[in-house]
Design a protein around this ligand. Structure first.
Ligand SMILES: Nc1ncnc2c1ncn2[C@@H]1O[C@H](COP(=O)(O)OP(=O)(O)O)[C@@H](O)[C@H]1O
Ligand SMILES: [Mg+2]
Length: 398
């Protein structure tokens, strides 16, 4: 295959390793400077120029987009996606993971533990926010920091308030997060490729530093990850929409606590610590997936007016259950069930004979009118006193 590596640092360890691994396997690998692309929307189809010339066809693109060029870098990756070029790091996944608030918001509805976190704007809301995450000491984080820069441990409430106020006055958005004290100075980096963890290491902070980043002087050691950490790492990467990711977890009292998902994880530390060929594993994975370019399912499927993608939560008392409805019977009503979530199981393409049960969640594509009839109304969270809303679960795009 022909693979383009998007990088501003052609000589960096990770970029070099990808080039070597691809070349060794007989692929044609080129490093392209992310900032030398022109996104061309002037013709009939989306196109890209590189250094002013038409870009040769490529089969896959491996973005290594640094924080300083996120905006342009994402636009370039998105353009490759419009051109149906495969990438294990879709623009959406990079965007989700780059912003710590966005990442944690997305993870929070899933079965993945995150540190209690709040995000507030008004001064009056700061103190209650600190209390809500368990009180001082608390961690304060800039939304887009990396390498441990922008992560502060405030020992008491007064300091926390002062730090937050200072950062906000400098127009910085900050998260307030519970300090996972039992993990002080240590974290786990799991490298996820596809649906498995291929390597993991523990990072240990230097001296009494609480941040374990290598850039802050942390040291690394290989670890054998237990299955729960592996499950959580893979799930976090998948939820973010990344097929290659470095998932950072704290070792909490009740198991793994995800703090961050990195879309361009460096290989140097983890390859040295584990003596594994991470770059080779990525290239092999990409070669196996190259026929499946990223696809925004909602964008494609909702183009047909009156049809949409909807998640149906089957409540107690749902007519579907009372009637013993099967997946096949839904199909006859113009509703295709793409996946069935039952307990902790996810069943893709469920068989037509399957009978729907209480607490199932069905991810469906189908006729919105038909699906509207199946949902009794929006599930409301009991502790919120909301005015009844006009059935917002399904929005007709007509
Ligand atoms: N809530 C927390 N509790 C305890 N330690 C934390 C917490 N959040 C971050 N850390 C420590 O600080 C380091 C940097 O935080 P992280 O959120 O990964 O930011 P960065 O993107 O700068 O690496 C982590 O590797 C971990 O060692
Ligand atoms: Mg980190």
């Amino acid at each position: 295959m022909k693979v383009a590596i998007l990088s501003r640092a052609p000589r960096s360890y990770s970029t070099q390793r990808l080039v070597t691994a691809a070349t060794e396997r007989g692929h044609d690998a080129r490093v392209l400077d992310t900032l030398r692309f022109s996104i061309d929307l002037s013709g009939r189809e989306p196109d890209l120029q590189y250094r002013g010339r038409p870009l040769d066809d490529v089969d896959a693109v491996l973005p290594r987009i640094g924080a300083s060029i996120t905006f342009f870098g994402l636009a370039v990756v998105r353009q490759f996606e419009q051109m149906d070029v495969y990438t294990p790091s879709p623009s959406n996944g990079i965007a989700n993971s780059r912003d710590k608030l966005r990442a944690i918001q997305i993870l929070s509805r899933h079965d993945v533990s995150i540190p209690a976190t709040t995000f507030v704007r008004d001064r009056a809301d700061v103190l209650p926010a600190i209390e809500r995450v368990g009180g001082a000491p608390v961690v304060i984080k800039l939304l887009e920091g990396t390498q441990g820069i922008g992560v502060i441990l405030a020992p008491d409430t007064k300091v926390a308030e002062a730090v937050i106020e200072t950062l906000q006055s400098a127009r910085q958005n900050v998260l307030i997060q519970r300090f996972v004290a039992e993990s002080k100075g240590r974290d786990i980096r799991a490298l996820v490729i596809g649906d498995r963890v291929v390597a993991a290491m523990r990072r240990v902070a230097k001296g009494d530093e609480f941040r374990s980043n290598v850039h802050r002087g942390g040291t690394v050691e290989p670890v054998e990850l237990d299955p729960e950490f592996q499950r959580v790492a893979v799930q976090a990467a998948q939820i973010m929409g990344l097929r290659v990711a470095g998932v950072d977890m704290l070792e909490g009292a009740d198991g793994p606590v995800v703090i961050e998902v990195n879309s361009s994880p460096g290989f140097e530390g983890i390859e040295r610590a584990t003596e594994l060929d991470i770059a080779g594993a990525i290239v092999d994975f990409v070669a196996s997936q190259v026929a499946f370019p990223e696809l925004d399912i909602r964008q494609r499927l909702t183009v047909s007016t009156g049809y949409g993608v909807v998640e149906l939560a089957v409540n107690e008392g749902a007519a579907l259950v009372a009637a013993g409805t099967t997946i096949g019977e839904l199909r006859d009503k113009d509703i295709s069930v793409l996946t069935l979530h039952r307990g902790t199981a996810v069943i893709p393409n469920p068989r037509s004979e399957r009978v729907i049960e209480v607490d199932d969640r069905l991810l469906c594509f189908g006729n919105l009118e038909a699906m509207r009839g199946l949902v009794p109304g929006r599930r409301r969270r009991s502790r919120l006193q909301l005015q009844p809303l006009p059935d917002p679960m399904i929005t007709d795009d007509a």
